[in-house]
Design a binder for this molecule. Sequence first.
Ligand code: HEC
Ligand code: HEC
Length: 458
Amino acid sequence: MAAGAALGLAGATSAQDLQPRLGDPVAGLTPDQYQRFRRGMTVFNTNLTPADGLGPAFNDISCGNCHSGPLPGGGSVRTVTRFGVAATGGNPFDPLGHLGGSLLQEQAISVDCEEHVPAEANVIAERMTPITFGAGLLEGIDDAELLLLASNQPPGLNGFPHMVPLLEDPTAPLRVAKFGWKGVIATTKSFSIDASLGEMGLTTVFLPNETAPNGDAAQLAFCDSVPDPEDLPDADGFTRVDRFTDFQRFLAAPPQTPRAGMAGEVLFDAIGCGGCHYSPGFVTQIAPESALSGIPIKPYTDCLLHDMGSLGDQIVQGSATEDIMHTRALWGLRARDAFLHDGRASGGSFADNMRATIAEHEGEGAASRAAFLGLSSLEQDQLIAFLASLGQEEFDAEVDNDLDEFDWFFLEPHFTGPGAGSISPDDSPANLCDLDQDGDFDLIEFGLLQRAFTGQIF
Ligand code: HEC
Ligand code: HEC
């Protein structure tokens, strides 16, 4: 970046500021909140030991082991297994709760308390680890807005909210679920409580009872020596659940570059994708933290349940029955390697994976899939270019979540100077540089580029 240093542009004033990068905290945290974010991240990534309360049966030893990509709080191709017995005749789906279902814990602190998929199970579903970037902002969407969307569904769509209790406050009114492939959890705190027990075997004041491996209380008693609840406050009075919650709550939304104006987004709405992946976005409600209050966000989800036909994973959780899945937020898409609940759309280029993902949309999603296939190939490419802007960091031409000299190699030819007016939001990759979207890559953006430069070359 010698050229930038020579020009001495670090202080250039900007019409617009940089968006937070993946894994960054939301802008505007107080120093105390920032410390809580950092401590939260550390605890999120700290391995639990059996003495801390891990197990007896569990799926992994830290949140961060699964939520790792491309940075802490992200997702991964790591899956967890759900099982049950399919409905037959008059009998509904059976999650085999008495045998430890429907969530499998695939590891154990001792061979004496391992859990296995029971022989009775004839439905076995894999679920991939989603990103949690922006989770606190998603949590901040006003339920009333989502209920309004549900009561004004476009023709052919039948989205409905999953009303669920708060694990941290079971007597509070039910809330619209915003998290999980089946949309079963409403808040980051509820998710932290649920995942502590379900994924790591850590009991809390909210869920104080261990789940017995395959429902076998004797096995549990044999293996479990730590008194419940296991999650106790640290020296500062914060439990692990508090720490996990702080970290996720303060994680910034993924960037979107360019921020608006792509032809592909217009097509996305025109063919009905936006009927579920709601594109106008929301403004978050007032929260205790001003950094989370009144923030405009575009997660591209209606947070509702939809009948997805054969794409459904055949597990039943509350009103999310066999074919019903929760609209996945599309922000951060570019940062992911595998798509759909079981990661079945993977292994190709980003564009190939997007085509495969769209092809799997059945049920209420089938009409927009057909409409996508009816687009010209130029229009299909434009729509996919829009999907690729979700999670795209500004200036990151290599899409590797850092800015170094290799990015500059691609960016330099796009430097136009002021007033060029030639960069359109669909003119990738030059749109990665035109942050204020005035059609040029000038000294204003060059100043921002200098600030964004990380120089992590090796
Ligand atoms: C074994 C891997 C694994 C571990 C450990 C794990 N998770 Fe997850 N996480 C997942 C999977 C898989 C899902 C999707 C589950 C589903 O929807 O059924 C998920 C979903 C989530 C979501 C919902 C995201 C969304 O947008 O739907 C949050 C929030 C979350 N996890 C937080 C945590 C926290 C906090 C911890 C630690 C207490 C944790 N997870 C531990 C694998 C894991
Ligand atoms: C009826 C509602 C609905 C419509 C319409 C719809 N989707 Fe989806 N979409 C979903 C649901 C639900 C999921 C999660 C599916 C699953 O559980 O595997 C999803 C998943 C996705 C994913 C994968 C996200 C991830 O993180 O794995 C992408 C990409 C996507 N949709 C794009 C589109 C596009 C593009 C269109 C228009 C052609 C579209 N969707 C139309 C409901 C819809």
